[in-house]
Design a protein around this ligand. Sequence first.
Ligand SMILES: NC(=O)c1ccc[n+]([C@@H]2O[C@H](COP(=O)([O-])OP(=O)(O)OC[C@H]3O[C@@H](n4cnc5c(N)ncnc54)[C@H](OP(=O)(O)O)[C@@H]3O)[C@@H](O)[C@H]2O)c1
Length: 279
Amino acid sequence: MKTTKSGKLANKRLAVLGAGKIGGILLRAFLEQKLVPAKNVHATARHAEKAHALAKQLGISASTDNRAAVRDADIILLAVKPQAVREVLEEIKPEMKPGKMIVSVVASVSTQMMEKLLGLDLPVVRAMPNTPCAIGCGMTGLAKGVHASKEHLEIAQAMFEAVGRVVVVDEKQIDAVTGLSASGTAFIYIILESLAEGGVKVGLPRDVSTLLAAQTMMGAARMVLDTGDHPALLKDAVTTPAGSTMDGILELEDGKVRVTLIKAVMKATQRAKELILEP
Ligand SMILES: NC(=O)c1ccc[n+]([C@@H]2O[C@H](COP(=O)([O-])OP(=O)(O)OC[C@H]3O[C@@H](n4cnc5c(N)ncnc54)[C@H](OP(=O)(O)O)[C@@H]3O)[C@@H](O)[C@H]2O)c1
């Protein structure tokens, strides 16, 4: 068992309701990081064959029975699609006893909405992780509901710090986190792919080009994170007067890359707001 910064996860039992793409990524990462032992986990899926495959692969309990998963759990990680939230919360309501907490990665469904659907004053923490959690390089935004204490937030923090970095935000900012770091991975893949296509266009083999693009993006991101310098300052350091970088930058500005990326984050954030369930 990993000793977390708070030590709050020791001996906790985890239910993962909806171990699909993100639920499965997080579950695998938590097990790999030894955050929870396999014997303390019960995961669910809608289809029995999916649950059966998970149980076999990961050595955990898995079923289609959300109530059974919640019955023995301390932490309930909710990872179903927004449309399934109402049904799942109604199903688990009879098992939601004091001492349990919900950590929800479901986009667009507020803590208030979940509390209302459960009809209980239970601690709910919303988390918005991204897929690089699979390799321990995730970015997660956390926001707590009114019944969640500092201690509940620390439990969620310990979970997601095991698979990357965490920021705590006010719940009204969580859709922005969705638009930037959760949807943002897809934007970054498009940029990376396009840079690699550029390399192919100027004669590099595709595999070499993809490696150059990916390592360059990672290096640039690490420079920002490790130095704390403003990206503009780091960009200026690469841009020699009348050099080739400046010619490339001119093309980017001409193609409105900045405004396009700003609008992409705005649209994705807006869409996350629109997906909200009716109470
Ligand atoms: N994908 C991401 O990068 C990402 C990032 C952050 C947050 N999220 C949020 O995470 C949630 C899930 O997204 P996803 O991409 O992981 O979707 P997904 O792959 O479709 O996973 C949803 C899972 O829920 C299961 N499920 C559906 N109804 C259920 C029920 N009644 N009881 C138990 N399990 C049920 C499905 O089971 P079957 O497999 O048997 O159908 C599936 O395993 C969404 O709300 C999304 O907003 C996703």
